[in-house]
Ligand binder design. Structure first.
Ligand SMILES: [Zn+2]
Length: 125
């Protein structure tokens, strides 16, 4: 947690591990029944796992965009929290982020907090 620069490496390792697991399905012709059984069993675990992983990434992207729009400096830390704790971190983020309406900036078109003094993206008032 105290080394945010390692985050891309952790993410890359997880993706690599998922690829290795996916690539290890047996393809020998003599082991058809084993293959089907194993494939079914693998899908039962892998599909929810991939679904969960994709959902987690969607949460990460949403938190990053929302934190930036609200002018928060700690966007990376919040992303790490959501990455490791998923929904729990996401709920903590939603409860503790700066409250208020997010509106589209008239100058740069990015989202910004309506009450903020200046746009976190372009610096215009
Ligand atoms: Zn702007």
């Amino acid at each position: 947690m105290n080394r945010p620069t390692h985050f891309p490496i952790v993410a890359a390792n997880l993706l690599f591990a998922a690829t290795v697991v996916l690539a290890q399905r047996p393809i020998e012709p003599g082991a058809q029944e084993t293959c089907v059984a194993c494939g079914t069993c693998g899908s039962m675990i892998l599909i929810p796992l991939i679904f969960f992983f994709a959902l987690n990434i969607a949460l990460l992207v949403w938190v990053a965009r929302d934190a930036k729009a609200r002018g928060m400096d700690s966007a990376v830390l919040w992303m790490l929290l959501v990455f490791f704790t998923s929904f729990i971190g996401f709920i903590i983020y939603v409860l503790s982020r700066p409250q208020g309406n997010v509106v589209r900036c008239a100058y740069c078109g990015n989202n910004r907090l309506q009450v903020s003094a200046k746009c976190p993206h372009c610096g215009n008032a």
